[in-house]
Write a new protein. Structure first.
Length: 141
């Protein structure tokens, strides 16, 4: 499915690369944090780290796709950006909490709160990026 913001093939490829780089970075960063947050709890640290790394990769890709779909074409640009950010934040909260509950992360709150704060910031910044890209494409000659 192509992004409503990327009418040209090259722009879709660049959008895909950007999502991949962001997803790999999220996996490394958040997986490392989950390990540090749980290392004092024994064997659960590696389980939490691997779960968080996989979750961060998949969720960053998923959230970016969800946000682009939520941004869509209807409404004012600001309303679309707000809708995209809200959809991304909701997806982040649900996915992160559900996975850590499922794998039995020993220190749930300490593990997920930074992920949710930074993830929500990512969603807001990504939606601003969608708004800027939309404006650039709209006013391109």
């Amino acid at each position: 499915m192509s992004s409503p913001l990327a009418p040209e093939r090259n722009e879709r490829i660049d959008t895909g690369r950007r999502k991949l780089v962001l997803a790999v970075g999220a996996a490394v960063m958040y997986g490392s944090w989950a390990f540090v947050a749980n290392v004092s709890r024994g064997g659960g640290a590696w389980r939490a780290a691997v779960a968080q790394a996989i979750l961060s990769f998949v969720s960053t890709m998923t959230i970016s796709i969800v946000m682009e779909a939520a941004y869509g074409r209807s409404g004012t640009p600001k309303a679309r950006a707000i809708r995209a950010a809200a959809a991304g934040c909701a997806t982040t909260c649900v996915m992160t909490t559900a996975v850590h509950l499922a794998v039995g992360t020993p220190n749930l709150v300490v593990t997920v709160v930074p992920v949710l704060v930074i993830g929500s910031t990512y969603c807001v910044l990504y939606s601003i990026g969608l708004l800027r890209l939309d404006r650039r494409l709209r006013y391109a000659v």
